[in-house]
Design a protein around this ligand. Structure first.
Ligand code: CA
Length: 600
């Protein structure tokens, strides 16, 4: 079979350009007869007819060749603002060509950048709302793929839709030929303003509706611009974006062929309870005048991290600073037994009784007054010594509070409680978290009333999260990634969901895989191999049916936690599909290379 089938009798004006060498890196696939599934002749003709393009300017070949982009399309970018796009409520405000840019931090190809909004309205709080979005359409090398870039935090801003291919360096989906969309989640209040939670529709938009609406809008515009719908659609996000990804797999299963959910806030309102709980525990170990960061200086966490390594590092067969066997470590490590107790906090390599008590309560997970679990426990992992762990759990730096307080108190008080607690946040949220009542208050995330007919757990979580029937039936593939030392959303919560999914559907591993990243903090950071290209793995799975059982991960040489460990900047390890984990190959000589490990 020739690499490039001469399906096209219309030679590309750019046919002398270098062609990507690997089919699975640029997408599309052929069936066993070698027929291109990405762009059939009928569709090709419809594109040509629809765009009235002159012959000789279009490349139409299968996916290992130059993808199809009508050269005349660029002239149509500005027209998108005035076109009827067939979707009520959709307004395109701006449509302009952006020339290619090549920079150290960011590069992208020439593209058409769309700014628009959906469903403009006035909220019950009297404020204007709309679902804002951005869509960027490559003018060259369009791979016929759509990429929805997940949001983060409480959204409120439209992040530029370059297509963050999470956990990779210096690449983005736009450069990889994707059309890319992003959204503000239905409120343009800015990243820190949670007052949108006083409007019920804004809550629903943030929870799920913005993703659904923007997906429809993006696909309508893509059809108009390129003359056909995208061949494949992907959703990629971390944190709240990871939560959106899992919601999309359940609510919008027909819209996405491949989904990456990284460090997902699967049960985000419950995690917000845990944030308040953690603050209360930290302060129990604080002396008058101290804040959480003072009660737990970095030296205490570093000592705890070292003790965890002492108990757990070799369980995977190699003392290398990485605890691959996370589950065995939970059984092997006993804080009370393994960590020396010192009379006064601050002594070397020990923790005070109050510090140990607080840590036990935090890692055990938030509980109601009657002892009922309100969120999952957290896994012991040496990554708790990482800078990002400290940022979220104890000290945001720009504020003297945990970032889990700075962002979490407002989310809980305005967006997740029904009716909204509406707290005074002028102190950064500390008093609200410290005063939160886990007796009756926790029920507010499950509550509804006449004004707020959906509870936070309804609008924030996937409905029936272990039932992905539609996604499965349509051949969708889901990759979930979670740092074992994520300080925001517990990796144990994700593991619990994944095990429940496997229990509900014994075939679930054929369409959903979970990769734990030992040591990794929230979305990146921590003493970990936190660079990996899950998007390429997902493309191969979706488009060539090659399931990812392991994915190579490398360290980020600029990660201070890696430098502190003294690891070589070339270190790599395989990430292994749960429940397997990486173990060294007996007799292997280069133990800094992923090739010396296998998944067991
Ligand atoms: Ca190890």
């Amino acid at each position: 079979m020739p690499r490039t089938r001469s399906r096209s009798r219309i030679e590309s004006a750019r046919s002398d350009q270098k062609r990507p060498s690997r089919q699975d890196e640029v997408g599309g696939s052929r069936d066993s007869a070698g027929t291109c599934k990405g762009f059939d002749p009928v569709l090709r003709q419809s594109v040509l007819a629809g765009l009235a393009l002159p012959l000789g300017l279009v490349s139409v070949t299968c996916n290992d060749a130059e993808p199809d982009v009508p050269r005349g399309a660029a002239a149509r970018c500005s027209e998108l603002a005035t076109r009827q796009l067939g979707l009520p409520g959709l307004v395109v405000n701006t449509a302009e060509e952006v020339p290619a840019s090549s920079g150290a931090e960011l590069s992208y190809p020439a593209h058409c950048a769309i700014g628009g909004q959906l469903d403009a309205r006035q909220g019950i709080d009297g404020k204007p709302y709309a679902i804002g979005f951005e869509l960027r359409l490559p003018l060259e090398n369009y791979s016929q793929r759509f990429f929805f870039q997940g949001g983060g935090g409480t959204d409120g801003v439209i992040n530029p839709a370059y297509g963050d291919v999470i956990n990779t360096a210096a690449t983005n989906a736009l450069t990889r030929g994707y059309a890319v969309a992003s959204t503000d989640g239905g409120h343009a209040t800015g990243a820190a303003d949670v007052s949108f939670g006083l409007d019920p529709q804004a809550r629903s938009d943030y929870g799920y509706n913005a993703v659904g609406r923007v997906t429809l809008a993006a696909k309508a515009i893509i059809r108009e611009f390129y003359g056909r719908a995208p061949a494949r659609s992907y959703f990629v996000g971390c944190s709240n974006g990871g939560r959106q990804a899992l919601v999309a797999a359940a609510r919008f299963a027909e819209e996405f062929a491949g989904i990456i959910a990284a460090d997902p806030g699967l049960n985000l309102p419950q995690a917000a309870l845990a944030q308040a709980w953690d603050t209360q525990q930290w302060m129990r170990a604080a002396t008058p005048g101290q804040l959480p960061k003072d009660a737990f200086p970095q030296a205490a966490l570093s000592a705890l991290s070292a003790q965890l390594l002492d108990r757990c590092d070799s369980l995977d067969g190699l003392a290398d600073g990485i605890v691959q066997d996370t589950e065995s470590c939970q059984l092997a490590f006993d804080l009370e037994r393994d960590m020396p107790t010192c009379a006064e906090p601050g002594a070397a390599a020990c923790l005070s009784a109050a510090q140990k008590s607080a840590l036990q309560n935090v890692f055990g997970g938030v509980r109601a007054a009657n002892g009922a679990s309100l969120y999952s426990p957290w896994p012991w992992d040496p990554g708790l010594g990482g800078a990002n762990w400290r940022f979220w759990k104890l000290d945001a730096g720009f504020a003297p509070l945990p970032f889990n307080t700075v962002i979490g108190a407002g989310a809980l008080g305005y967006v997740f409680t029904t009716p909204p607690d509406h707290p005074d946040l002028s102190d950064g949220g500390l008093a609200y978290q410290l005063g939160f009542d886990f007796g009756g208050g926790a029920a507010k995330i499950f509550a509804t009333d006449a004004t707020f007919p959906e509870s936070a757990m309804d609008f924030m979580t996937p409905p029936n999260p272990t039932k992905l029937t539609t996604f499965k039936a349509r051949g969708g593939k889901l990759i979930v990634v979670h740092g074992s030392a994520d300080p925001v959303f517990s990796a144990m919560d994700t593991v619990r969901w994944y095990r429940a999914l496997l229990a509900a559907d014994p075939e679930a591993a054929s369409y959903a895989k979970l990769f734990l990243v030992p040591g990794m903090n929230h979305c990146s950071g921590g003493p970990a191999t936190d660079r990996f290209d899950m998007l390429s793995a997902l493309e191969r799975w979706v488009e060539a049916d090659v399931a990812p059982d392991s994915v190579v991960a490398t360290v980020n040489p600029g990660n201070p936690d890696v430098a502190a460990q003294g690891w070589p900047s070339t270190r790599s390890r395989p990430l292994c599909a749960y429940p397997t984990h990486a173990v060294p190959t007996p007799g292997a000589s280069d133990l800094e290379s992923a090739s010396s490990f296998s998944c067991r």
